[in-house]
Design a protein around this ligand. Structure first.
Ligand code: GLU
Length: 306
């Protein structure tokens, strides 16, 4: 296990940032804030701004949303090198990382479907147990597949049983000495800033490859940030907790550790996070109503993050 060889990206010459939307909906003002904060940072520091399409969910990603992302960002005045990295074209990079973790015996095939897992948790809770939840509110994986023997796993896989791949969190953490930190230049939802100690245990046996997709958000984002040499990850505070998982993966795979800057979210008038599925708050619909790029930049309230 590569424990001590994670190197800090901080201090490298050219800062590299990325805006990494999923093309499964229209961008809203919250996305504009993220994209613009990345853009401003790149400009202020003589750095490079990348656009990356996080399109691993092939059932939800759609070409018209990709086109809309390009149009909205160009309309806002942003530029980026092309071609952009599309995660769906790089499944083999994630598979390489998975096989490394498989060799270290840190991941296991998890056979419970989403419905079966939910049913187990429901039963346990009905029986009075308090089931642990991850920071996004999802229950920890209730299966005990991690205890299957290698022969049992191989048989079930070769019998064609659908399975995801999960990290054996307990085994992983017990093999790591000391704590893992990252430099937070922004703040988490509770004002966490400065040197942050990663707390990946709260995620349980986090999913690294879904049943239907040979990777997961956590794995793909960590590998891509490393492959693209990203030095500064600037993104919404809703991903602050996920950074603990990314930091752990960097540790296990010997990847550099970028600096992180989580920013506040743009909320709707009811105080809720904007949602991609609500077209009414999209940049495209503001444009149709006659808004200018300056209007969107004002709505993105970049000054509140300065
Ligand atoms: N693709 C993620 C999203 O659209 C962002 C990932 C990241 O910035 O780390 O929410």
């Amino acid at each position: 296990m590569s424990n001590a060889n994670a190197t800090a990206n901080a201090g490298l010459s050219t800062p590299i940032v990325r805006f990494a939307p999923s093309p499964n909906g229209l961008l809203h003002v919250g996305h504009a804030r993220s994209a613009l904060l990345n853009w401003q940072f790149a400009h202020a520091n003589g750095g490079k701004f990348l656009l990356r399409l996080e399109d691993i969910d092939l059932t939800r990603a759609r070409p018209e949303f990709e086109t809309a992302i390009f149009e909205d960002l160009a309309w806002l005045g942003l530029e980026w090198p092309r071609p952009v990295r599309r995660q769906s074209r790089h499944f083999s990079d994630y598979e390489t990382a998975l096989s490394e973790l498989r060799k270290l015996d840190l991941i296991y095939p998890a056979f419970l479907s989403r419905t079966e897992a939910a049913e187990r948790v429901r039963k346990a809770e009905a029986g009075g147990r308090i089931w642990p939840r991850d920071p996004d509110g999802a229950p920890h994986y209730p299966g005990d597949d991690r205890t299957l023997t290698a022969a049992q796993r191989t048989k079930r896989i070769s019998d064609g049983e659908p399975h995801a791949w999960r990290l054996d969190m307990k085994a992983t953490l017990s093999g790591l000495a000391g704590s893992m930190c990252w430099d937070e230049l922004g703040a988490g939802p509770n004002g966490e800033t400065g040197k942050i100690t990663a707390t990946p245990a709260e995620w349980g046996d986090v999913i690294l490859a879904r049943r239907d997709i040979p990777t997961s958000y956590h794995l793909a984002v960590t590998i891509d940030d490393s492959i693209q040499g990203v030095t500064d990850v600037i993104r919404g505070e809703d991903l602050f907790a996920a950074t603990s998982v990314h930091r752990l993966l960097q540790q296990l795979l010997g990847l550099p550790v970028p600096r992180y800057r989580h920013h506040g979210l743009v909320l709707d008038t009811g105080g809720r996070k904007l949602s991609k599925s609500e077209d009414a708050t999209s940049i495209a619909s503001w444009r149709e109503q006659g808004a200018t790029p300056a209007d969107i930049i004002a709505m993105a309230r970049l000054d509140s993050e300065a």
